[in-house]
Design a protein around this ligand. Structure first.
Ligand code: DQA
Length: 153
C-alpha cells in the first residue's frame, strides 16, 4: 500500500529557506527519510511537492481513488501557506473523506504571526502535528500507520 507525502508551496526551498524557522534539512532529505521509515513499516511512500494548488488537489483526488481501491493508506500533508488561504484544499480533503490526511507543520504556527493561526485544513484533517521541526513528518507517518494501518487502533 502507498502513503503520500504531500508538500505545498515554498517547501522545495527547505534547508535554505528561513533556516531559523524551518531548519537546515533539505526536502530531498525529508523525502528520503520518509521513504525509509515507510518502507520499514511496510508501505511504499510517494512524495510530491508543488507550488501549484491545483497539482495538490489533483494528487489528493488520485489518492482518494487509490484508497477506495485498497491501494493507499493515507497522506501526510504540509500545505504551506495554502493552509491559511485555501478553501479549495479544504474542499479537496473533504471530497475524499475515506483518505485520512494528517496536517503537518514544521514550525509552531500558533507562536507566529496571527495570520498563521487559522487553518482551513484542520477541520478536514484526521489529525495534526505542529511544531516538531522536520521530525513532525516522521511523527505524522507513524501516527497514520498506528491508527489506520493493519491492526491499527
Ligand atoms: C508551514 C507554516 C506556514 O505558515 C508557512 O506558510 C509554510 C510552512 C510550516 O511547515 O511550518 O510555508 O506550513
Amino acid at each position: 500500500k502507498k502513503i503520500l507525502l504531500l508538500n505545498g508551496p515554498n517547501l522545495n526551498l527547505l534547508g535554505t529557506r528561513e533556516p531559523e524557522l524551518y531548519g537546515h534539512t533539505t526536502l530531498a532529505d525529508v523525502q528520503a527519510a520518509f521513504e525509509r521509515t515507510a518502507a520499514q513499516l511496510g508501505y511504499a511512500a510517494e512524495c510530491l511537492q508543488s507550488n501549484w494548488e491545483g497539482a495538490l488537489i489533483d494528487k489528493l483526488h488520485e489518492y482518494g481513488r487509490l484508497q477506495r481501491e485498497g491501494l493507499a493508506l493515507g497522506c501526510v500533508f504540509n500545505p504551506g501557506a495554502y493552509t491559511h488561504t485555501s478553501v479549495a484544499l479544504h474542499d479537496a480533503v473533504k471530497g475524499v473523506p475515506q483518505l485520512p490526511v494528517i496536517e503537518c507543520h514544521i514550525s509552531n504556527v500558533h507562536a507566529r504571526e496571527p495570520f498563521r493561526q487559522h487553518s482551513y485544513l484542520s477541520p478536514a484533517a484526521a489529525g495534526i502535528v505542529i511544531g516538531f521541526g522536520v521530525e513532525g513528518y516522521q511523527i505524522a507517518l507513524e501516527a497514520l500507520v498506528r491508527k489506520y494501518g493493519a491492526g491499527g487502533a
